[in-house]
Design a protein around this ligand. Structure first.
Ligand code: SF4
Length: 375
């Protein structure tokens, strides 16, 4: 049933509906992780490049969908209120919000209305109105709808700052378990490869970022499978970021297997461990093949993945503070890129004997001290 609603009501509903999609610059760790507010709603702080956090308007253009992804509350046939907003209406509303709130950008997604290219045309039209009529030069992230044509994708790339196709699961077999309508290779992998070619260094849309998202725990996928796929996407497709969204029990089909975790374990902790691995791949020089897993393919929940790696590689330690290269220092539990940069800078002025000299304190100091030597 479609409801007559004013624009504000529609955006409120569609914006709430977009909470399941994290494939933008949403927080990934510590205080900037998503969490529930006092009213039980999910909160998504967005880190801003210049520091601090900003507000991005995240919304769907419509929550009706012809697909049947079993984990999704908006799948065809599910009993939810269906709402659609027109491109013109969304663009105008966004500019109004932007004037009042100083937004850092727009994240626009949608259910698959009618067919992929019909939906893409509406997403692209919204961005076109913003770029051409309102001369908006800020950040626009457009979702690429599974199954979109090459022409529709190229149109999106000509308008957006970033695009994302949600891969959702690591591999075709898992995809078949979750949807009878999505063709993993043609609808998801083909668009990702096309975007990768068109945004590669020197290509026509080289400045546009590509991200993706895995839904974690809806299929019987293991962390090891997700990590291998993530590593492959970084190495082979030059993906900018992968995001992980813990499947929220109760949103999908009633009979859908519960999150792939022992009862009582927090699915958000699994999501958090995957983000920690993602950092190891992108910023610490780890290869996906080096990430340690439990015998069942899961990441340890009781320790972070760098700690788990260090415990399995005693031959690598102690790392010498005065001589170790950057990549060696980055393997030390408790040391991050900032501390390592400080150690390297301090070494130019003299020997570093103690991690406290470079600002490492508290639990991180305790952790790292067991793995380093001054000489
Ligand atoms: S394509 Fe799948 S995940 Fe996306 S809105 Fe439709 S049913 Fe939900």
């Amino acid at each position: 049933m479609f409801l007559a609603m004013d624009t504000q009501d529609k955006i409120e509903l569609l914006s709430e509906a977009s909470q399941y999609d994290l494939a933008c610059a949403c927080g990934t760790g510590g205080k900037d992780r998503r969490h529930r507010g006092v009213d039980g709603r999910w909160l998504y702080p967005v880190p801003v490049a210049r520091g601090g956090q900003g507000i991005m308007l995240k919304s769907l253009l419509g929550n009706e969908c012809v697909n049947d992804c079993r984990y999704c509350p908006f799948r065809a046939g599910s009993d939810v209120r269906r709402v659609v907003i027109q491109p013109e209406e969304m663009a105008h509303a966004f500019m109004e919000y932007d004037r009042r709130e100083d937004l850092i950008g727009l994240f626009l997604s949608s259910g698959v209305m009618r067919d992929p290219d019909y939906t893409m045309a509406r997403l692209n039209e919204t961005a076109r109105i913003l770029r051409q009529r309102y001369r908006y030069r800020g950040y626009i992230h457009l979702k690429v709808i599974p199954g979109a044509s090459d022409a529709a994708i190229e149109d999106a790339l000509s308008l957006a700052s970033a695009v994302s196709v949600n891969i959702e699961v690591p591999g075709e077999a898992h995809c078949r378990r979750l949807s009878t309508r999505k063709d993993y290779l043609n609808d998801i992998i083909r668009p990702m490869k096309l975007i990768s070619r068109l945004t590669a260094r020197g290509a026509k849309y080289a400045g546009v970022c590509q991200t993706t998202q895995f839904v974690v725990g809806a299929a019987s996928e293991t962390d090891a499978e997700i990590v291998r796929y993530t590593g492959g996407l970084y190495k082979r497709l030059g993906l900018d970021r992968a995001y992980f969204s813990a499947y929220q029990r109760g949103l999908g089909e009633a009979e859908l297997a519960s999150a792939n975790l022992p009862p009582g374990k927090d699915p958000l902790l699994r999501e958090h461990r995957l983000y920690q691995v993602d950092f190891l791949l992108r910023r610490y020089g780890f290869d996906d093949q080096e990430i340690p897993f439990e015998p069942d393919g899961s990441l340890a929940l009781d320790r972070d993945p760098k700690q788990a790696w260090a415990e399995r590689h005693p031959e690598f330690f102690p790392v010498r503070l005065s001589t170790a290269p950057r990549e060696g220092l980055l393997r030390v539990p408790g040391l991050g890129p900032t501390s390592v940069t400080r150690i390297l800078a301090s070494r130019k002025e003299g020997r570093v004997r103690d991690l406290r000299e470079v600002g490492v304190r508290g639990k991180r100091l305790l952790k790292a001290s067991a793995y380093v030597a001054a000489e």
